[in-house]
Design a protein. Structure first.
Length: 290
């Protein structure tokens, strides 16, 4: 079998495959480090909730202006921020935990979004919003995704140290007068921005996939936070590349193929990773002998 035809020819021959691969690269650079921080902060399910919270805003943007990139992106961003703010408010003024309030608002948001699109659109529009079409990413969508990834990387570079301190010892950060609340708000904004970027490529139901699966996989291989971010981005890009090839050669939907590849990497990491995996716990450890 010609390896060139299998591994490279689809990206050489077709512009839509190249744009999809660049979109995967940009998403990997922006989403994966954010996913690592979500995992470290034990906010993985909150990331999933926010990915669904984007839907009603995108649906309202669709209702107002059709499949308008700007309106759907702005609507999704505002809806995600609104759910994050409301969830945080409920958790502070009531005894309910933040994850429970996120779950409640995300279910409401998902239902409202599906209702709007089903009422004012068609089944095709609903499938487009829910599952995305990465192979149909155009230049405008690609520019948006790349811009969000660039803003994310620059922002993380500026506040990375404070975010790490807040992850592991928020009490210390408060005791020294650190900007813990502001860092948390900026981080949530970054999460929502990257989910909006992922929404245009993978849809609202799977936008969180490239954010969480590579980050969760990386935890079974390395321990340093910076290394986690690098490995997570690499795994996300590899999943995007392999998923696109799988969808091309097997005639499968591209978004689900990418997420399934990332999911396969996660399952392999759970079984065979070097840190805390099943094999690492079952195999006897070597002991130093005199």
């Amino acid at each position: 079998m010609d390896l060139y035809a299998v591994l490279f020819e689809p990206f050489v021959e077709f512009g839509f495959m190249r744009r999809a691969l660049v979109a995967c690269l940009a998403l990997s650079l922006g989403c994966a480090p954010v996913g690592v921080l979500l995992v470290l902060r034990r906010m993985s399910l909150i990331g999933d909730a926010l990915s669904h919270a984007v839907l009603p805003g995108a649906a309202i943007g669709f209702m107002v202006a059709g499949l308008s990139l700007m309106m759907m992106s702005l609507g999704g961003f505002l809806a995600g921020l609104a759910v994050a703010a409301l969830s945080g408010l409920v958790s502070r003024v009531t005894p309910q935990r933040e994850d429970a309030s996120f779950a409640a608002f995300y279910l409401i948001s998902l239902a409202v979004g599906v209702l709007i699109i089903s009422t004012y659109g068609s089944n095709v529009d609903l499938m487009h919003v829910l599952f995305g079409t990465i192979l149909a990413v155009d230049d405008a969508s690609l520019l948006l995704i790349v811009s969000i990834s660039s803003i994310t990387l620059l922002t993380l570079a500026a506040i990375w140290r404070g975010l790490i301190v807040e992850c592991f010892d928020p009490g210390f950060l408060r005791s020294v007068g650190g900007p813990g609340a502001r860092l948390h708000l900026v981080f949530l904004i970054l999460v929502v921005m990257n989910l909006v970027a992922g929404f245009h490529a993978l849809g609202t139901l799977m936008a969180v996939g490239l954010m969480m699966l590579p980050a969760a996989s990386a935890r079974f291989w390395v321990g340093q936070v910076a290394t986690l971010a690098v490995l997570s981005s690499s795994l996300a890009l590899a999943a995007g590349y392999a998923g696109l090839l799988l969808s091309y050669h097997a005639n499968l939907p591209s978004g689900p193929a990418i997420i399934l590849v990332a999911g396969s990497v996660y399952v392999f990491s759970v079984i065979a990773g070097t840190r805390g995996s099943l094999l690492a716990q079952w195999l006897p450890r070597r002991h130093l002998s005199a």
